[in-house]
Ligand binder design. Structure first.
Ligand SMILES: NC(=O)c1ccc[n+]([C@@H]2O[C@H](COP(=O)([O-])OP(=O)(O)OC[C@H]3O[C@@H](n4cnc5c(N)ncnc54)[C@H](OP(=O)(O)O)[C@@H]3O)[C@@H](O)[C@H]2O)c1
Length: 322
């Protein structure tokens, strides 16, 4: 099969595109003929990590969508021909989604409801499951006020939609008018420019009694604002670690009985992950999810696709699989 792959970690120069053996599905697995792969920050981060390689050769890419074309022992052959989106394809596995085929455990290939475009389905995995965990790890959020920082980013955009669907009052921050439109179209009741003076006051007045839960992409920069708007007993849930670590204002957090928690989608308990998949599937089938703007690359341009994500292209980066 044709695949993008690397045999040592490093800059995007380590990525090659060429023929490698097609994997066969083992017990409980399915083989998916991919049509579109979606790129996430995790793909370039794990490619450029300093840790030793997990496998001799790694095909990158956690997310994608296509059609099941073979099943391993123990999987219903009726699944052959099913349109599916795939998640965690490269999690401790060598065959990610930047290739003509991937092999994953059957439950990681999730049926795409009729009428849902393959581009939208390909981009669900990491962002939507992360957003689900951030929002629902402590239980239902109906009636709560949720602040989603960066509502035009992949995880933030997913969080706005899932929070709105769950019956929350959703406030989102962005850094530009164009991103504000994206967050509002996703369902944010109120959109606030976090770069403007008075952002904390604007959030506080939009939040009425205060914010119950904050979905945080930049704890270091936003912690003061978060503390200023959080209700007593509220939660700040952080899923990104791009900035230097913050100084933790222990007294400020303590006096609000605040909960500071951290989320990594790869470590979700199986039940939380399964609930996330079920909720994303229901939301998709109900037509409640909207895609982000897209930038496309050919499989031969996988290095450029990684670079586009690393340089924070404000769009979902997809790879077309030939
Ligand atoms: N823990 C996990 O399991 C997990 C899962 C997925 C992603 N991540 C990590 O989360 C980060 C974001 O991933 P992504 O795919 O969502 O990236 P993305 O699509 O680039 O989105 C990031 C968003 O954050 C916004 N942003 C940056 N600084 C902000 C601030 N101070 N306040 C409010 N918004 C801010 C950006 O908007 P502006 O540029 O306009 O500010 C952008 O829209 C990456 O570091 C990624 O590795 C972690």
């Amino acid at each position: 099969m044709l695949a993008a792959y690397y045999e040592r970690r490093g800059s995007s120069d380590v990525l090659d595109v060429g023929e490698i053996p097609t994997p066969g599905p083992g017990v409980g697995e399915v083989r998916v003929r991919l049509q579109v792969a979606a790129v996430n920050p995790t793909d370039w981060k794990s490619r450029s990590h300093t840790a030793p390689m997990d496998f001799e050769r790694q095909v990158p890419g956690q997310d994608g969508a296509g059609v099941i074309e073979a099943v391993g022992p123990g999987v219903d052959i009726a699944r052959i021909g099913e349109r599916v989106w795939v998640y965690h394809a490269a999690l401790q596995r060598p065959f990610g989604t930047a290739a003509q085929f991937t092999v994953v455990p059957s439950h990681q290939a999730v049926r795409i409801p009729d009428g849902v475009p393959v581009d939208q389905a390909a981009a669900l995995g990491i962002p939507y499951l992360t957003a689900y965990g951030c929002l629902f790890a402590d239980g239902p959020i109906e009636g709560q006020t949720i602040l989603v920082h960066g509502g035009a980013g992949a995880v933030g955009h997913a969080a706005v939609q899932l929070a709105r669907r769950a019956g929350a009052h959703v406030i989102s921050t962005v850094s530009s008018e164009a991103k504000g439109v994206i967050a509002a179209d996703a369902g944010a009741h109120v959109v606030i420019d976090y770069t403007a003076d008075g952002a904390a006051d604007a959030i506080r007045s939009a939040a009425r009694a205060g914010v119950d839960r904050i979905i945080e992409v930049d704890l270091t920069r936003n912690l003061d604002v978060d503390l200023a708007v959080l209700v007593g007993g509220g939660a700040i849930v952080t899923y990104a670690a791009d900035a230097a670590d913050p100084v933790i204002p222990v007294r400020g957090l303590m006096t609000r009985n605040a909960r500071l928690s951290f989320v990594l989608v790869y470590g979700f308990a199986p039940a939380l992950l399964a609930d996330g998949v079920a909720e994303v599937s229901s939301a998709l089938a109900a037509g409640d999810l909207v895609p982000l703007p897209i930038v496309r690359f050919a499989l031969t341009e996988t290095a450029a696709a990684h670079d586009a994500v690393q340089s924070r292209t404000p769009a979902k980066v997809l790879i077309d699989i030939p």
